[in-house]
Design a protein around this ligand. Structure first.
Ligand SMILES: [Zn+2]
Length: 443
């Protein structure tokens, strides 16, 4: 199949697809992907992975246990599976191996992104395949990104290598919300269109960093995957402008998050989802003790600041010759602000480039500056348009969005982000050239 058809290809037929590509590679989706009514169809999809009579260990978080617990346990039991189900709260944190019976054939995790990270690590260490039912925007997007787990208990932003899921099941039953509202159920129904949309739009920074990494850091780049990712983000902006029904909009955006996640699997790494906006948002959460519920909004607001920063610095060639940053002072600051041991920070920080690397980087920038400037300007305009669409998705028309990220918090979050990010981003390029020091010093 040709990669250019990806966006129109039925989502439930994306599982295990291979795409021949103009970049010369064959890209492949490793996982099974399903966008369907989970309560009704779960056994149908599980059967594709393991046969009946097998033991499934299901791990819920508190919220997903309430929403799905009874239905799924029963449905899988009726289909002939043996089910061992538990909630995260009864297990405690972090998960330990002993909660998974030895003859488990599949671990099924249901919950948010941090829940998913733990499931991934658990399944990986036990060498058991796992399936995931994502419950929030970021977990929809990230569940399909291969080989990573972002969190660890010490909050030091490690990225672990783990296996991709055997199956990702996304809830597509939009009628659930309407009937829940109609039945006046006790569960709080929060429309998530704003979160879905802001998270997807914020990936413009990931895409920019992907392009910058190819030009300045000689990383592999697939133009078709880049174009497809951009097309999904543009369509999401179009959705936000044209679809008036909140539930329909949410459904359509959720589908786009899954397609974007599928692209991550084709790419084979996390380039399309872990740009500078993600580390910045992580530092913002650590600084302000946000619980991570507003992941999409945080990443979006920081993405806007970041893209503006990229535009400003790329505008003039001579911006790039400044004294290098002091990693020791930065480690000190991170240690005191984020309460991470200084030794740990120093071990994880990106080493400063040597003279050869420095000269090569500046030479490459000189060659590609115009191209990157044009791209940053284009993405900046896209983010501005996205923001005006986003504001309409909130009851207060974005009033609280405008107010909740202070200048000081965003400056700290952005200027410290490259220190704890293992990947090359345009922001880390700026840090290595000392360009973020003035941002830090002004705080
Ligand atoms: Zn390609």
């Amino acid at each position: 199949m040709n990669l250019n058809n990806l966006n129109t290809y039925p989502i439930n037929q994306l599982s295990k697809q291979k795409f021949s590509c103009s970049c010369g590679q064959t890209h492949e989706i490793i996982s099974n992907i399903a966008f369907d009514n989970i309560s009704e169809k779960i056994d149908h999809y599980i059967e594709k992975i393991i046969p009946p009579l097998s033991l499934i260990s299901i791990i819920y978080n508190h919220f997903s246990k309430e929403k799905y617990g009874r239905v799924l346990d029963k449905k899988l039991g009726n289909a002939g599976y043996r089910v061992n189900s538990q909630t995260k709260e009864t297990v405690g944190q972090p998960f330990c191996h002993s909660i998974i019976p030895e003859d488990t054939r599949l671990i099924l995790g249901i919950g948010s992104h941090s829940h998913q990270s733990e499931i991934k690590q658990l399944a990986y260490s036990l060498n058991i395949p796992y399936a995931f039912i994502p419950s929030c925007p970021s977990s929809h997007l990230l569940s399909l990104a291969p080989s990573y787990s972002l969190e660890n208990p010490k909050n030091t932003f490690d990225i672990f290598k783990v296996s991709p899921p055997a199956l990702v099941l996304c809830e597509a039953a939009k009628n659930n919300y309407q009937s829940a509202v109609a039945d006046n159920q006790s569960a709080i129904i929060i429309p998530q269109a704003g979160s879905y949309f802001s998270l997807l739009s914020s990936k413009l920074v990931s895409l920019f960093d992907y392009q910058a990494a190819a030009l300045l850091n000689a990383e592999k780049f697939c133009p078709d995957i880049f174009d497809q990712a951009l097309a999904i983000i543009d369509e999401a902006t179009c959705d936000a402008l044209t679809i008036k029904n909140q539930f329909e909009l949410e459904h359509s955006l959720k589908e786009k998050l899954i397609r974007y996640g599928a692209l991550c699997q084709l790419k084979g790494n996390t380039r399309l989802v872990l740009g500078a906006e993600v580390t910045s948002a992580k530092i913002f959460s650590a600084l302000t003790h946000y619980s991570g519920e507003n992941t999409g909004e945080n990443e979006f607001l920081l993405a806007r600041v970041l893209m503006r920063l990229y535009v400003n610095y790329l505008q003039e060639e001579n911006n790039f010759f400044t004294p290098p940053p002091s990693n020791n002072e930065r480690a000190n600051l991170i240690s005191s602000l984020l309460k991470i041991q200084e030794q740990t920070v120093l071990e994880k920080m990106r080493p400063l480039p040597n003279l050869y690397e420095e000269n090569l980087a500046l030479y490459k920038l000189k060659t590609h500056r115009q191209e990157l400037f044009a791209l940053a300007t284009e993405f900046d305009a896209k983010l501005t348009l996205a923001f005006s669409s986003l504001k309409k998705l909130y009851l207060d028309e974005g009033y609280s969005l405008i107010n909740y990220l202070t200048k000081k918090e965003s400056a700290f979050s952005i200027s410290l982000a490259p220190d704890l990010a293992p990947k090359f981003t345009f922001l880390s390029f700026m840090k290595d050239r000392g360009l973020l020091e003035s941002m830090l010093a002004s705080q």
